[in-house]
Every structure is written in structure tokens, then in C-alpha cells.
Design a protein around this ligand. Sequence first.
Ligand SMILES: CC(C)(COP(=O)(O)OP(=O)(O)OC[C@H]1O[C@@H](n2cnc3c(N)ncnc32)[C@H](O)[C@@H]1OP(=O)(O)O)[C@@H](O)C(=O)NCCC(=O)NCCS
Length: 176
Amino acid sequence: MTGERLSDGVVTLRPWRHDDAPAVFEACQDPEIPRFVPIPQPYTLGDARWFVDHAAAGARTGPSAHFAITDPATDAVLGAISRHGPVGHRASIGYWLAPAARGRGLATRAVRLLVAVTFGTTPTVRLEISTDLANERSGRVALRAGFQPEGIRRAWDIDRVGTPTDAMFYVTVRPA
Ligand SMILES: CC(C)(COP(=O)(O)OP(=O)(O)OC[C@H]1O[C@@H](n2cnc3c(N)ncnc32)[C@H](O)[C@@H]1OP(=O)(O)O)[C@@H](O)C(=O)NCCC(=O)NCCS
């Protein structure tokens, strides 16, 4: 996927660049992102630089894929989406949007693009999204993108203060 850009005309997924770090830093000051995504706290510009550089390098070597979600007209960073894996036939997707980009269906569009490219270019059969049970907004993204609710996995994650948390799993399977 090196250098690849994916777009539906409303959102573009493109590789991360070093100069995206300030936009990532600014977006990740929103408390909803560290509430549901395991990023360092406090989140510094150095953390953002580390993220964009490692995401770009990781996407080059695979199998995971990491993209900036951007505005096709301005190239501004709107959010982030990653596919972890595939490892064997399984992979998972995670994402966040900057606060100003929410409420317009952009995360759903980004997930649909990544699902299509994943089934089109990798041997993935089972693709999952897991969300904190409290993260109803993210669950609605998964449902709108065509994932099926599969069930709750107890104590799937451990939060920042060491408490086990339950996760809801949403799954889509490669069409036969
Ligand atoms: C999870 C997150 C990406 C969802 O963002 P979002 O803006 O709700 O998702 P979308 O971009 O798909 O937008 C969907 C919303 O826009 C609305 N919308 C408005 N116009 C729309 C359109 N043309 N098409 C689709 N939806 C539209 C939808 O009704 C929906 O709102 P609703 O869920 O209240 O009904 C965002 O809340 C976030 O970044 N949270 C913090 C990080 C996080 O939780 N990441 C996920 C970890 S599992």
C-alpha cells in the first residue's frame, strides 16, 4: 500500500507525513480521543511526531495499514484510521476524528474505504472493530459501515488506572 491514496470524493485516506504532526497533536488534545484510544497522556507534539513517523514506516512494511483521513479539497488532516494486521485471516480497524470533523459521516466513509481495500488487496477474511461499551458513537460507525454486532468480550482491555473494561465487537466477513 506504499504511497497509496484512497478516496470516495468526500474523504481521502493518504499516507502519514512528518508535517502532519501538529494537526495530530491538536486533535488529540480533545478528551474524547484518549478516553477511547490508548494514546499517551498528556499527549505532546513529540508523541504526535512519533505517531506519524511510525505509522508511515509501518504502512510501508505492512501488514498493517495506517492512513490520515483528509479533506480531498484541502489535504487537511481530519482524523486517523488504521488496520492492524492481517495476522493470518484476521484484522481489526481503529479510528478517530478531530472534533470539528465529527457528525458528517466521515468516519463511516473512511471505514468503508478501508474495508474495500482490505478485502481487495489482502487475504483478510474476518475484519473487526472493538469499542468500549460506553462508546456508542463508535458503535454506530461500525454498524453504518456494515459491520454486525457480535457480542461483548469481558475484561478485554485494561484502562489507564488498571481497571478491566468490557468491549463490544463488531465484525464483517469477506463476501463469499
Ligand atoms: C468515533 C468517532 C470517529 C465517530 O465520529 P462521528 O462523527 O460520530 O462518525 P461519522 O463521521 O461516521 O458521522 C456519523 C454522524 O454524523 C451524522 N451525519 C450527518 N450527516 C451525515 C451523512 N451525510 N452521512 C452519514 N452520517 C451523517 C450521523 O447521523 C452520525 O451521527 P449519529 O451517530 O449521532 O447518528 C468520533 O466520535 C471520535 O473520534 N471519537 C473519539 C475517538 C474514538 O472513540 N475512536 C473510536 C475508538 S473504538
